[in-house]
Design a protein around this ligand. Structure first.
Ligand code: HEM
Length: 408
């Protein structure tokens, strides 16, 4: 950590800070200012990084392989000191395919994709509907709840546990581990290492268990997957499971939470959704994904790149600002307004290029089921304590405390 890291930001183009409380609370004004001024900003904070803000630039950067690498870029902004790095474990890529370049990215992605088609996630659809009703049963008579902690946060960990075939009663631990890696761990390498190890050891034991006792679940299916006539090696499967826990939890709960935050504070939109048909739900989910895109990734520059006035050099870090790209007025009319029936909406909340989200069908299903079930049971709700709402920022942005009251 350098001593500039907690100073006020002087100039967003040369000194942005994605952990600045104002940025975490609402990054949209900062993206607009940078887009007009540069449009690719640089900061020395948190180990240094570049922040593109235009849709076309983010798309182009996402497609620059091999000039930009996803292999071990580390957390989005913090460079991990040597003492907090594990010596490489044989054959273990912490989170392939997201943390791999081709060819490893290609075959690990190919092994995952068949498990996330609409047909393959059908059992999770039924499970999610039942789960959402059970969660609401638990708090509806209280007249209010924390919509982030009691609802949004509870859904994705259980759904991904159900799919992987791991013990759903341990979700509180899964949440703690994932927050340890993706939220607290972004600026605290010791915490990140500790929880990274916990997840690794957990899945190592699960994979060994499936080898001895195969079941009808995703871990067993990965254990039986062959690439070029060879079974996937166990350390690769452990990394893939790690990714699914991490990618499958924080992201989707953030999206569900941001959507509920939006509706709690926008009466017209809330009333509209209370009577919405399938078409409106379809466009609304896409619009909420666009307007409140949760995920920012990182790449490491491998070869010099000139783009929109920025000279990226080998070793530099680039933040893949998918959320900012989705607010580019060149591509989206009135980009900072949520338009629930927006028709032209080619958002890149799920990324672009070879790493585009492999779990997008599952994520969309969870979002729609979670929101529709909520509206069916609780059509009227408002923020009960707006000042108490907190947001997580960094790699995944979304509300973490969200008190709401039911009724008007
Ligand atoms: C609203 C929820 C979600 C959002 C916004 C989201 C977003 C993203 C983004 C932006 C990427 C691209 C990363 C990059 O370019 O480096 C990605 C990759 C990925 N996501 Fe998601 N994700 C979500 C939910 C899920 C879920 C539920 C899963 C299920 C396990 C999942 C699994 C993956 C995987 C496996 C990759 C890596 C693909 C590759 O590298 O080839 N995601 N996601």
């Amino acid at each position: 950590m350098t001593d500039t890291e907690h100073c006020p930001v002087s100039d967003l183009s040369t000194d942005y800070d994605i952990f600045d409380p104002d940025y975490v609370h609402d990054p949209v004004p900062a993206w607009s200012e940078i887009r007009e001024a540069c449009p690719i900003a640089h900061t020395d904070r948190w180990g240094g990084s570049w922040l593109p803000t235009r849709y076309d630039d983010v798309q182009a950067l996402a497609k620059m392989v091999p000039e930009l690498s996803s292999a071990n870029p580390g957390p989005i902004v913090v460079n991990i000191p040597e003492e907090f790095r594990r010596p490489e474990r044989e054959g273990y890529n912490g989170a392939a395919p997201i943390s791999a370049d081709p060819p490893e990215q290609t075959w690990t992605r190919k092994a995952l994709l068949p498990h996330f088609t609409p047909k393959a996630i059908a059992p999770q659809h039924e499970y999610t509907q039942k789960l959402c009703h059970e969660l609401i049963d638990g708090f509806i008579d209280n007249g209010g709840c924390d919509a982030a902690v009691d609802y949004a946060q509870q859904i994705p960990p259980r759904v991904i546990a159900h799919k992987l075939g791991v013990d759903g009663s341990r979700v509180d631990e899964f949440i703690e581990w994932v927050r340890g890696v993706l939220e607290l761990g972004l600026t605290d390498p010791a915490t990140r290492l500790k929880y990274g190890d916990t997840i690794h050891d957990f899945f190592k034991a699960e994979v060994q268990d499936r080898r001895a006792d195969p079941r009808d679940d995703l871990i067993t299916a990965l254990c039986n997957t062959e690439v070029d006539g060879q079974l996937l090696p166990d350390p690769v499967i452990v990394g893939m499971c790690n990714l699914q826990l991490v990618a499958g939890i924080d992201t989707t709960w953030s999206s569900i939470g941001s959507a509920l935050w939006h509706f709690a504070g926008h009466e017209d939109d809330r009333r509209r959704m209370a009577g919405a048909d399938d078409d409106l739900w379809g466009t609304a989910v896409e619009e909420l994904l666009r307007a409140y895109s949760p995920v920012t990734m990182a790449r490491t520059v491998m070869e010099p790149v000139e783009i929109s006035g920025a000279s990226l050099q080998p070793g530099d870090k680039v933040l893949m600002n998918f959320p900012g790209a989705n607010h580019d007025p060149e591509v989206f009319e009135d980009p900072d307004t949520v338009i629930l029936d927006r028709q032209r909406n080619r958002h890149i909340a799920f990324g672009a290029g070879i790493h585009r989200c492999a779990g997008s069908n599952l994520a969309r299903m969870e979002m729609e089921v979670a929101l529709r079930t909520w509206f069916e049971r609780i059509p009227e709700f408002t923020l009960s304590a707006p000042d108490e709402v907190t947001w997580a920022g960094g790699q995944v942005r979304g509300p973490r405390i969200l008190p709401v009251t039911f009724g008007v």
